[in-house]
Design a binder for this molecule. Structure first.
Ligand code: ZN
Length: 134
Protein backbone atom coordinates (compact mmCIF):
# COMPACT_ATOMS: atom_id res chain seq x y z
CA UNK A 1 0.00 0.00 0.00
CA UNK A 2 1.10 3.50 -0.78
CA UNK A 3 2.62 5.51 2.07
CA UNK A 4 1.26 8.80 3.38
CA UNK A 5 4.26 10.57 1.93
CA UNK A 6 3.69 9.08 -1.52
CA UNK A 7 0.02 10.00 -1.44
CA UNK A 8 0.91 13.55 -0.38
CA UNK A 9 3.26 13.83 -3.37
CA UNK A 10 0.40 12.86 -5.66
CA UNK A 11 -1.76 15.54 -4.05
CA UNK A 12 0.99 18.12 -4.53
CA UNK A 13 1.09 17.12 -8.21
CA UNK A 14 -2.68 17.57 -8.48
CA UNK A 15 -2.36 20.94 -6.74
CA UNK A 16 -0.44 22.18 -9.81
CA UNK A 17 -3.64 21.72 -11.83
CA UNK A 18 -5.74 23.91 -9.58
CA UNK A 19 -7.80 26.50 -11.43
CA UNK A 20 -7.90 29.30 -8.89
CA UNK A 21 -7.70 32.65 -10.72
CA UNK A 22 -9.83 34.41 -8.07
CA UNK A 23 -8.44 33.22 -4.74
CA UNK A 24 -5.02 32.21 -6.06
CA UNK A 25 -5.23 29.53 -3.36
CA UNK A 26 -4.22 26.23 -4.93
CA UNK A 27 -5.30 23.00 -3.31
CA UNK A 28 -4.66 19.41 -4.34
CA UNK A 29 -6.20 16.16 -3.16
CA UNK A 30 -5.41 12.49 -3.61
CA UNK A 31 -7.71 9.67 -2.58
CA UNK A 32 -6.19 6.21 -2.10
CA UNK A 33 -8.47 3.26 -2.80
CA UNK A 34 -8.33 -0.29 -1.49
CA UNK A 35 -7.02 -1.56 -4.84
CA UNK A 36 -4.18 0.97 -4.67
CA UNK A 37 -5.56 3.41 -7.20
CA UNK A 38 -5.09 7.11 -6.59
CA UNK A 39 -7.84 9.49 -7.65
CA UNK A 40 -6.74 13.11 -7.89
CA UNK A 41 -8.57 16.38 -7.49
CA UNK A 42 -7.76 20.07 -7.53
CA UNK A 43 -9.88 23.09 -6.71
CA UNK A 44 -11.72 24.49 -9.73
CA UNK A 45 -13.06 27.99 -9.23
CA UNK A 46 -15.74 29.82 -11.15
CA UNK A 47 -16.49 33.50 -11.82
CA UNK A 48 -19.78 32.70 -10.12
CA UNK A 49 -17.97 31.88 -6.89
CA UNK A 50 -20.40 29.34 -5.38
CA UNK A 51 -20.14 27.27 -8.56
CA UNK A 52 -16.51 26.46 -7.76
CA UNK A 53 -15.44 23.09 -6.37
CA UNK A 54 -12.89 22.19 -3.70
CA UNK A 55 -10.06 19.73 -4.38
CA UNK A 56 -11.13 17.06 -1.91
CA UNK A 57 -14.73 17.12 -3.12
CA UNK A 58 -13.52 16.86 -6.71
CA UNK A 59 -11.36 13.85 -5.88
CA UNK A 60 -13.99 12.03 -3.84
CA UNK A 61 -16.71 12.68 -6.41
CA UNK A 62 -14.35 11.38 -9.11
CA UNK A 63 -13.63 8.25 -7.07
CA UNK A 64 -17.35 7.59 -6.72
CA UNK A 65 -17.80 8.25 -10.43
CA UNK A 66 -15.28 5.48 -11.05
CA UNK A 67 -17.36 3.11 -8.94
CA UNK A 68 -15.54 3.29 -5.62
CA UNK A 69 -17.59 3.45 -2.45
CA UNK A 70 -17.07 4.26 1.23
CA UNK A 71 -15.31 1.02 2.14
CA UNK A 72 -12.88 1.45 -0.78
CA UNK A 73 -11.55 4.80 0.44
CA UNK A 74 -8.38 4.14 2.50
CA UNK A 75 -6.67 7.52 2.84
CA UNK A 76 -7.18 11.13 1.77
CA UNK A 77 -4.33 13.61 1.27
CA UNK A 78 -5.01 17.33 0.91
CA UNK A 79 -2.25 19.80 0.07
CA UNK A 80 -2.09 23.57 0.02
CA UNK A 81 0.42 26.41 0.22
CA UNK A 82 -0.74 28.61 3.08
CA UNK A 83 1.03 29.28 6.38
CA UNK A 84 -0.65 26.23 7.87
CA UNK A 85 -2.00 23.10 6.13
CA UNK A 86 -5.50 23.98 4.94
CA UNK A 87 -8.28 22.16 6.70
CA UNK A 88 -11.32 21.05 4.69
CA UNK A 89 -14.11 23.64 4.56
CA UNK A 90 -17.43 22.91 6.21
CA UNK A 91 -19.06 21.69 3.01
CA UNK A 92 -16.19 19.29 2.32
CA UNK A 93 -16.30 17.94 5.85
CA UNK A 94 -19.89 16.94 5.18
CA UNK A 95 -18.90 15.42 1.82
CA UNK A 96 -16.07 13.42 3.42
CA UNK A 97 -18.47 12.37 6.19
CA UNK A 98 -20.79 10.88 3.59
CA UNK A 99 -18.27 9.35 1.18
CA UNK A 100 -15.46 8.04 3.42
CA UNK A 101 -15.31 6.12 6.68
CA UNK A 102 -15.04 7.96 9.99
CA UNK A 103 -11.60 6.50 10.72
CA UNK A 104 -10.03 7.10 7.31
CA UNK A 105 -6.76 9.01 7.76
CA UNK A 106 -6.90 12.54 6.35
CA UNK A 107 -3.40 13.89 5.79
CA UNK A 108 -3.04 17.67 5.43
CA UNK A 109 0.19 19.30 4.34
CA UNK A 110 1.70 22.56 3.14
CA UNK A 111 5.15 20.90 2.90
CA UNK A 112 6.40 22.68 6.04
CA UNK A 113 3.88 21.00 8.30
CA UNK A 114 1.85 17.81 8.00
CA UNK A 115 -1.17 17.03 10.13
CA UNK A 116 -3.08 13.76 10.33
CA UNK A 117 -6.71 13.72 11.37
CA UNK A 118 -10.02 11.99 10.70
CA UNK A 119 -13.49 13.19 9.81
CA UNK A 120 -14.61 12.03 13.24
CA UNK A 121 -12.36 14.74 14.69
CA UNK A 122 -13.11 17.37 12.03
CA UNK A 123 -16.88 16.89 12.11
CA UNK A 124 -17.99 15.42 15.43
CA UNK A 125 -21.59 14.58 16.26
CA UNK A 126 -22.49 14.88 12.59
CA UNK A 127 -25.54 14.30 10.43
CA UNK A 128 -25.25 11.42 8.01
CA UNK A 129 -27.09 8.85 5.91
CA UNK A 130 -28.13 6.75 8.88
CA UNK A 131 -30.16 9.71 10.15
CA UNK A 132 -32.29 9.57 7.00
CA UNK A 133 -32.52 5.82 6.67
CA UNK A 134 -34.07 5.06 10.06
ZN1 ZN B 1 -14.25 22.51 0.60
Amino acid sequence: MMTKEELLEQAFEAQKNAYAPYSNFHVGAAVLTADDHVVLGANVENASYPAGACAEATALNAAYSLGYRKDDIKMIAITSHGDTPARPCGKCRQIIRELAGKQVPIILSNRNETVETTIEVLLPDSFGPEDLLK
